[in-house]
Design a protein around this ligand. Structure first.
Ligand code: NZQ
Ligand code: ZN
Length: 388
């Protein structure tokens, strides 16, 4: 097992009716910016729950954080916080709103051009330099409610880039599984596949000695396979909803990645597809992931076979056979979950995509990705072209 440090200060508050606790979670005398997205919180009652719980606080609202949040939108909130002397931010929404708030929190005291936070991947480790924030999660998928990472798009250059650092964990996150009832089916499907792929990125590498992490990863995958197809049909079933939501958090709260190699290349390539074509984040992962396993078959086949045997209960004559079947099982599952796994099924203008992505990665110096740093630009091209 590799050495690791486990640090996660998020006060994670799970279950029905927990939003009431907001009153005692935000700091006394806080001046709060309540940040939200396109307005779903007004229709599903979450806005009322939040404002009722915070009725004695000084609130300023900032709406309009879009899916795949834009730098250009977030920077307006940064200005408001500076002018209004806001001391706490509450993100009410899905991954986009929470990620947006992480960026806002970091940018308020950042001197200079705030796009550099993204372009230079500046790490935020000093809690005194950021604005503290909490979250009320409305969409299980990203794990952003319990991690310190975020993804923000610079609209002007169509770049989807990451930021993070230990200062950017939420102070608390309220996670009430009943909020998923109002989610469109497409977003429920996305949530399951995003969480599934998060586990795969930290698991589908090579065989190693971290036995517990493997079992934890496999158990999350198995839970998502068990509840995923039913929860999208029946999100008001609390057993299904609560297991889905907790699995999505566990998939990316840092625990399963401790002491193990990881490979975030599916996400890195997928982010480009969203930046270029606005394809939903999870759907880009369903397009790229299986082809990445195919192209990197020799590197990953031992682990693919373990996954096939343990998660899909496959039996077969050889590692190669089980590993190949495991990839096909994954694609089948993605189809069951409503994913279209070819790029051409998601956008019409895809023919230049591989060139574009390879050039971009080259410009950024991303010449070798993956747990063995053997996903070269040529391999990236092969994966993307195979995905057409
Ligand atoms: O904006 P509103 O009106 O709230 O509507 C949203 C949005 O249209 C809607 N929605 C959310 N909760 C709802 C709801 N509609 C009805 N009922 C509810 N309870 O769903 C739509 C999508 O929301 P969004 O927040 O964009 O989805 P998601 O949570 O999947 O977040 C995706 C973003 O997170 C990033 C992605 O790249 C993408 O930008 N990621 C963040 C990660 C992290 N911080 O660790 C990791 C992930 O890999 C991912 O990259
Ligand atoms: Zn993701």
């Amino acid at each position: 097992m590799l050495n690791f440090e486990l640090y996660n200060p998020v006060n994670y508050i799970f279950g029905k009716g927990q939003t009431e606790k907001l009153t005692n979670l935000v700091p006394k005398d806080a001046k709060i910016l309540v940040a939200y997205g396109g307005g779903s919180i007004f229709k599903n009652g979450v806005y009322n729950q939040v404002t009722t719980a915070l009725k004695d606080f000084d609130l300023i609202e900032f709406g309009g954080i879009e899916p795949n949040p834009r730098f250009e939108t977030l920077i307006k909130a940064v200005q408001i916080i500076r002018e209004q002397k806001i001391t706490f931010i509450l993100a009410v929404g899905g991954g986009s709103v929470i990620d947006g708030v992480k960026f806002i929190s970091a940018a308020v005291n950042f001197e200079g051009d705030a796009t550099e936070i993204l372009k230079k991947r500046i790490l935020f480790t000093d809690v005194t330099k950021v604005i503290p924030f909490g979250t009320v999660l409305t969409l299980p998928a990203t794990g952003s409610e319990m991690n310190s990472g975020a993804v923000v798009t610079i609209g002007a250059t169509q770049e989807k880039l990451t930021l993070g650092g230990s200062a950017l964990f939420p102070k608390f996150s309220i996670v009430d599984p009943t909020v998923i009832v109002s989610l469109p089916k497409r977003q429920l499907q996305n949530g399951v596949i995003d969480a599934f792929t998060h586990v795969m990125e930290q698991y589908m590498t090579y065989k190693h000695d971290a036995l517990l992490q493997d079992r934890l990863a496999e158990s999350i995958l198995q839970t998502l396979i068990e509840v995923g197809p039913s929860v999208v049909e029946n999100p008001s079933d609390y057993k299904l909803a609560s297991n889905f939501v907790w699995s999505a958090t566990m998939a990316l709260n840092g625990l399963i990645q401790k002491g193990v190699p990881s490979d975030w290349a599916t996400h890195m390539i997928g982010h480009e597809l969203t930046a270029l074509y606005e394809i939903d984040h999870a759907r880009t992962l369903a397009i790229i992931g299986p082809n990445l396993y195919r192209v990197l078959f020799e590197t990953k086949k031992e682990k693919l076979a373990q996954y096939g045997q343990r998660v899909w209960k496959l039996t077969g004559d050889s590692t190669d056979v089980i590993a190949r079947q495991a990839i096909e099982k994954t694609v089948e599952f993605f189809h069951t979950m409503g994913m279209k796994t070819k790029l051409s099924e998601n956008t019409e203008n895809y023919k230049e995509t591989a060139d574009f992505i390879v050039n971009r990665f080259e410009e950024r110096g991303w010449l070798a990705l993956g747990e063995k740093q053997n996903i070269t630009l040529e391999k990236v091209r092969e994966i993307v072209e195979m995905s057409y």
